[in-house]
Design a protein around this ligand. Structure first.
Ligand SMILES: [Zn+2]
Length: 396
């Protein structure tokens, strides 16, 4: 194990004498398809791995991670497993580094949801080895990036950790995604829909930078655009496919949007209010206990668009969210609009979140609060028109 100091991307990319450079970050390889998990052992030949660590939940170790392990062992590689059953917290990361450090693994595969994936990046960095990400859900855009979101052991957002390299390989088996609960894909759609709206803010504001301290490239902008277009075009169809556990073209496209396009788009295109709102919602216990990241991001998208004054786009997004089952008003995150203590905390945390500095206007506490209420009002109207049957079908 190496003594891994925390990595700060600004120390590499920032430019003291002029504007930040345009930078595109990406994993070395992204592999997506039906049944690809069974080929993991073959893909590891790209890295020359010999002793492989596997991080997955205890349930995962008997399910999807088992497919991964069988495929690696069939290639004659050594496998060491450890069960991840916590938050992506520093305590859990230290515990896992300890578990792997005397096994001399030369590659770590994280098989699971967003928190397991993010913890895998932190553990591999501390061990000084390659990380391979195998997301078993398309519920968020964490897999491709060189950043992990950290939480306290109780699940409250507590900052981020950056790495010099993106994952070496990301492997997404669309049959695994199709077999998972529909709510996860829908949450991933919420997370991915924010990408273009946040990247647009950063592209248009010359003072905005990505979380890496860089300016967006045209490539990241194009990727974010096609991400949103794909979701609006085939998002509803993909939700129907997952309900039937079916892999088809719509599902393949939306899995790519949720994972690859959104991942590259947010990391190299930049974030704004939508994610500041989402991360701030984790401070409200009832929200963080009951809702997924992408569901909080959906509310963040509506809030950001209302702050921007883009009511037409907010309406379009809210109608789409209602049809796929994402929350569009406070009641759908179990918050009463009369709960001023919670809303004030949400607004305060949002105004202090770093990515709001990318907005062209100052996001004070009162601007954030007005945005949250305006989004709630708009969402309530849209829910009255379209109904909440899609949301209810995922939340019963
Ligand atoms: Zn996100």
């Amino acid at each position: 194990m190496r003594d891994a100091p925390l990595f700060f991307p600004q120390t590499i990319y920032a430019n003291r004498k002029g504007p930040a450079p345009r930078v595109l970050l990406a994993p070395q390889r992204y592999i997506q398809g039906q049944g690809v998990l069974a080929n993991t052992g073959k893909y590891l030949q790209l890295l020359g791995a010999k002793r492989v660590g596997i991080l997955a939940s205890s349930r995962g170790l008997k399910a999807d991670a088992k497919t991964v392990i069988n495929s690696i062992e069939a290639k004659g590689l050594e496998v060491h497993t450890s069960a991840f059953d916590g938050e992506c917290s520093l305590a859990e990361i230290d515990k896992q580094v300890e578990a792997f450090s005397d096994k001399f693994v030369d590659c770590l595969i994280a098989v699971g949801g967003g928190k397991c994936v993010d913890a895998g990046k932190c553990i591999a960095y501390r061990l000084g080895i390659d990380v391979v990400i195998v997301p078993t859900l398309a519920s968020n855009d964490a897999p491709t990036s060189a950043v992990s979101v950290l939480y306290t052991p109780d699940g409250v957002s507590s900052g981020a950790e950056f790495f010099p390299q993106n994952p070496a390989i990301v492997i997404v088996d669309t049959q695994v995604v199709a077999n998972a609960s529909t709510r996860y894909l829908v949450a991933g759609i919420g997370d991915a829909m924010a990408t273009w709206y946040e990247a647009r803010v950063c592209l248009n504001n010359p003072n905005a930078t990505t979380i890496m301290g860089t300016r967006p490239t045209l490539a990241a902008n194009a990727i974010s655009t096609i991400c949103a277009e794909t979701l609006y075009a085939v998002g509803e169809a993909a939700v129907e496919s997952v309900k039937a556990n079916r892999v088809d073209e719509a599902l393949e496209k939306v899995v790519e949007a949720n994972t690859l396009l959104s991942g590259l788009g947010f990391e190299s295109g930049g974030l704004a209010v939508a994610h500041a709102i989402a991360q701030s919602y984790t401070n409200l216990p009832i929200v963080h206990a009951n809702y997924l990241h992408g569901e909080m991001v959906a509310m963040g998208v509506l809030t950001q668009l209302m702050i921007e004054g883009d009511v037409d786009e907010a309406n379009k997004a809210a109608e789409f969210f209602a049809k796929v089952g994402l929350p569009i008003h406070l009641g759908q995150l179990s918050i009463e609009v009369s709960d001023t203590a919670s809303l004030n905390l949400l607004a305060k945390e949002t105004s202090e979140y770093a990515t709001v500095a990318n907005m062209p206007m100052e996001i004070t506490k009162s601007v954030a609060l007005r945005g949250v209420i305006a989004a709630h009002d708009l969402g309530s109207k849209v829910a009255g028109k379209i109904g909440d049957s899609a949301y209810q079908s995922l939340h019963n």
